[in-house]
Design a protein around this ligand. Structure first.
Ligand SMILES: [Zn+2]
Length: 529
């Protein structure tokens, strides 16, 4: 099977590929992210209850997911069948064609048949997501149609991420599943979960059950709502990982160190420099970033972290394991006899080098288990383990330095990608303007940019609806910057497509922000379901 051209002589026109549609040109279907190429053709495929979804044996999981996705939108449960069933009007899924690259796909909609082709399961899944975005109601109630198109598509970057902070405020499994669904609809593929911080330890660690028995809740006197604390058991997380994988999303776990670790130290104060005692508090009460961090001079700290990381590595299939590394105040290390003795013994100049030594000490353990470390850009200070990747958040300089020295990078600068910030600071248009590959990098260095990620910290906006409002609609900008070719960028074309997607966001139950950059003059439809 090849990427054969259709024999049908249909009039097709290239729609909205090279840039903004000029006056009089067709605007093209409202697909987000924008595909590499879309040709619009005459006619439409009418979706009916008898339309079969035909698949090869290896494409059965993708066929079942497409069946469910179409049922969710249309209420139709289309029958599945083998490719050679001979059914006339059908949707055909073919997997394993010649290499069109990871996650790439072809989607052809003709009046008589729809064909989805990809060389991997992710590509076939994304072909299905594009198909669902093309669905529209036809004249009769309950009838649906798909415009005839030829879509050729592949992602620009392999990492199209969203970070959710589950520590400052616990996020329910139900909310995480909904978030995965929404990410997948927009072809985002990495959900980074910030699982530990000063405000809570959210992942069961079987060798240290006390971490979640006592480190996952705020003391009663803070009167925090019950939904703000909690944790994920390993069984629950395994189920969530499977749910995400079924939608081509990888979950990247983050265990913070050496700072942002008060929830662990409140339970295990002997791992701090001062010995405690400590109490977990909400972010808005007391020091926002706690001075007490893991003691780098205590070997017990590393035995503990290896216990934790060992279980994390066993649980999460992700190749990259996030070890935090940001915003670690060094005051306690400066006065701790054990930390100072460690610096003398290891010949370290200052506490920044001690932080590098801290992360490097865990590198061989992580690598011996077949994984790689990723951390916030502070892990660059004083040297970085070979093979480690960097998440550039304080700006783009960390990402530039890391890529120039041969390390992989995920770009998530506060300037464009921090969605706990207000829309006055970062609106959808500003987020869309972000170019993940800095111009300072040459072509070889630029290939170390794995992609782009939006980050959401849950210290101010804490309820699910508030999180939605902070994330949507600007997450669509990051989805498109991560997927679509740089040459296809056009704000006005994107704005038009986002506007067309607002009813879809409402149908998905998303309480999005009415971003003035996106809404038509006079405001958008505020009648949320
Ligand atoms: Zn110490």
């Amino acid at each position: 099977m090849g990427w054969r051209a259709s024999g049908l002589a249909l009039a097709c026109i290239v729609a909205g590929v090279a840039g903004p549609a000029a006056a009089g040109e067709p605007a093209g279907p409202a697909l987000i992210p924008r595909p590499v190429s879309v040709q619009q053709c005459d006619g439409a495929f009418a979706l009916e209850a008898s339309t079969g979804i035909l698949h090869s044996p290896v494409a059965e999981p993708a066929a079942r997911r497409l069946q469910a996705a179409l049922a969710e939108v249309t209420g139709l449960s289309l029958p599945l069948g083998p490719l050679d069933s001979g059914a006339a009007r059908a949707i055909r899924l073919e997997l394993g064609g010649p290499g069109a690259g990871p996650e790439a796909y072809r989607l052809d909609v003709d009046p008589a048949r729809i064909t989805l082709e990809a060389s991997d399961a992710a590509g076939l899944f994304y072909a299905g997501q594009t198909l669902v975005q093309l669905l529209s109601r036809a004249g009769e109630p309950g009838s649906w149609a798909l415009p005839c198109v030829r879509v050729r598509d592949a992602p620009r970057f392999p990492w199209r991420g969203l970070m959710l902070d589950c520590s400052r405020t616990f996020q329910s499994l139900d909310y995480l599943r909904r978030t995965i669904d929404r990410m997948a609809f927009y072809k985002m593929n990495v959900l980074h979960l910030h699982l530990t911080d000063d405000q809570g330890w959210r992942l069961e660690i079987r060798s240290h059950p006390e971490l979640t028995e006592r480190g996952a809740r705020f003391p009663d006197h803070w009167n925090e709502p019950s939904t703000h604390h909690g944790h994920y058991t390993q069984a629950q997380m395994r189920e969530l990982i499977r749910y995400a994988a079924d939608r081509s999303v990888t979950i990247v776990p983050e265990i913070e160190m050496p700072g942002h670790s008060l929830a662990a130290l409140a339970v295990l104060p002997a791992l701090s420099c001062s010995g405690g005692p400590f109490e977990i508090h909400p972010f808005f009460e007391g020091p926002h970033i706690h001075e007490d961090i893991y003691c780098a001079g205590n070997d017990e700290t590393f035995r503990f972290l290896e216990d934790v990381l060992g279980e994390v590595i066993d649980l999460f299939p992700s190749e990259l394991i996030h070890v935090g590394g940001d915003e670690a105040p060094k005051g306690r290390w400066e006065t701790c006899p054990k930390c100072q003795a460690r610096m003398r013994a290891e010949g370290l100049e200052d506490e920044e080098e001690l932080q590098s030594w801290f992360i490097e000490r865990l590198g061989p353990f992580v690598e011996s288990r077949g994984k790689r470390i990723i951390g916030w850009d502070e892990i660059l200070q004083g040297g970085l383990p070979a093979g480690a990747a960097v998440m550039s958040w304080r700006g783009i300089e960390g990402g530039i330095a890391a890529a120039q020295s041969g390390h992989d990078v995920v770009m998530s600068p506060t300037s464009h990608c921090y969605f706990d910030y207000t829309y006055e600071r970062i609106d959808t248009r500003h987020a869309y303007a972000y170019e993940p590959v800095p111009e300072e990098l040459d072509a070889a260095q630029g290939r170390h940019i794995l992609g782009v990620q939006a980050n959401f910290w849950s210290h101010i906006n804490r309820e699910p609806d508030e999180v939605d409002t902070q994330i949507f609609p600007r997450l669509l900008a990051i989805a498109e910057r991560g997927w679509s070719p740089e040459g296809a960028r056009s704000w006005e074309d994107f704005r038009r497509r986002v506007e067309a997607h607002l009813p879809r966001l409402r149908a998905m139950g998303i309480r999005y922000h009415e971003d003035a950059a996106v809404m038509p003059p006079g405001g958008g439809d505020s009648d949320l379901p």
